[in-house]
Design a protein around this ligand. Structure first.
Ligand SMILES: NC(=O)c1ccc[n+]([C@@H]2O[C@H](COP(=O)([O-])OP(=O)(O)OC[C@H]3O[C@@H](n4cnc5c(N)ncnc54)[C@H](O)[C@@H]3O)[C@@H](O)[C@H]2O)c1
Length: 305
């Protein structure tokens, strides 16, 4: 199957995440059908969609006619069979409960045409468990969005245990065609990649708060005004490069404190992860220009020059 074969998509679950995921597909041209358990829930889904698109228009992201076209591309149903029959790619966005997701995957597997890919937006469960009763193991993937999903660009993508490279690549292509940034996750673990990283920070922040190290307000400030300020530009690896830590003497980089051999080797190489050392100064200047722009926008906007 190719990207051009994905003519129509389905979203099962029209709650907090489902309505935004549907907006994203519909905004970029895909006829989208959403199913949920009752017409009452779906009325709320449609109201959320209209409101979110109105904010896009007010924010200057899209025009009013584009918002209307997007709404016209979205249909809703309480009939799962109807959604299954007309969707080439389905995203499951229902309650985070394993038996419910297993049941749904089994039903979709029976109802959908053979070519349909089924994706889960689970935050904490894994595909090996969710898809255990489905026969189409080659067509099960994770697409994990981040709230609000019609706005946040990155989406984690991971294969189910039997998924093919074709399914994985096509899913990445589909997301790219809807202006999302696919993040390729190569393994399977509860919380996959991004939630494990952000939860590690949240765990430490909560622990420090509970120990009385700082108020909740100061912990927020400590994150938002320091490494959070840098984060739109750099993660930990690019930070290592741009802060010039790779240039430090080996003992100052403290490689002996690192238990993992692969990581210790990398730290001992004394080389950046991404940058060409010859372009170091240029990259630092580019970063600083970007930070100055953000400093002005976020913190110094009322300051005279
Ligand atoms: N909320 C977040 O920030 C977030 C972020 C990433 C991933 N997720 C994941 O997305 C999924 C949905 O989360 P949410 O926050 O949108 O939940 P939600 O409760 O807002 O929405 C779930 C929707 O699914 C419907 N539903 C439940 N069982 C169903 C079924 N069998 N068939 C059809 N519809 C059914 C419910 O009626 C509800 O409208 C979960 O797996 C969650 O872990 C949530």
């Amino acid at each position: 199957m190719q990207l051009s074969d994905i003519k129509s998509v389905g979203v099962v679950g029209g709650g907090t995440m489902g309505f935004g995921i549907a907006i994203n597909f519909a905004l970029w041209g895909y006829p989208t059908i959403i199913s949920d358990l009752s017409d009452e829930v779906l009325a709320g889904t449609r109201a959320n969609i209209a409101h979110a698109l109105q904010l896009f228009v007010e924010g200057g992201l899209i025009t009013q006619p584009r918002a209307e076209e997007t709404i016209a591309r979205i249909t809703t149903t309480t009939d799962l069979a109807q959604l299954a029959a007309q969707s080439d790619f389905i995203t499951e966005v229902i309650v985070e409960r394993l038996p419910d997701k297993q049941d749904l995957f089994q039903q979709l597997d029976q109802l959908c045409p053979p070519h349909t890919i089924i994706a889960s937006n689970t935050s904490r469960l894994v595909l090996s468990d969710i898809g255990v009763h489905a026969r189409r193991q080659d067509k099960l993937v994770l697409t994990h969005y981040f709230a609000p999903p019609h706005i946040v660009p990155g989406v984690e993508v991971a294969k189910g245990p039997g998924a093919t490279d074709e399914t994985f690549e096509l899913t990445c292509e589909l997301l790219s065609s809807a202006r999302k940034i696919p993040i390729r996750v190569l393994g399977e673990k509860s919380g996959y990649l991004v939630n494990r990283i952000q939860h590690a920070m949240a765990r430490e922040a909560s622990q420090l708060w509970a120990e009385g190290m700082a108020s909740a307000e100061d912990i927020e400030l400590g994150i938002v005004s320091t490494f959070g300020f840098r984060m739109p530009h750099e993660g930990p690896f690019l930070h290592y490069d741009l802060a010039g830590i790779w240039k430090w003497p080996a003992d100052a980089r403290n490689p002996h404190a690192i238990e993992n051999e692969k990581l210790r080797e990398q730290m001992l190489k004394a080389q950046p992860w991404f940058l060409d050392p010859a372009n170091f100064e240029e990259a630092v200047e580019k970063r600083d220009r970007e930070y100055i722009r953000r400093l002005k926008e976020l913190y110094w906007k009322d300051t005279d020059q």
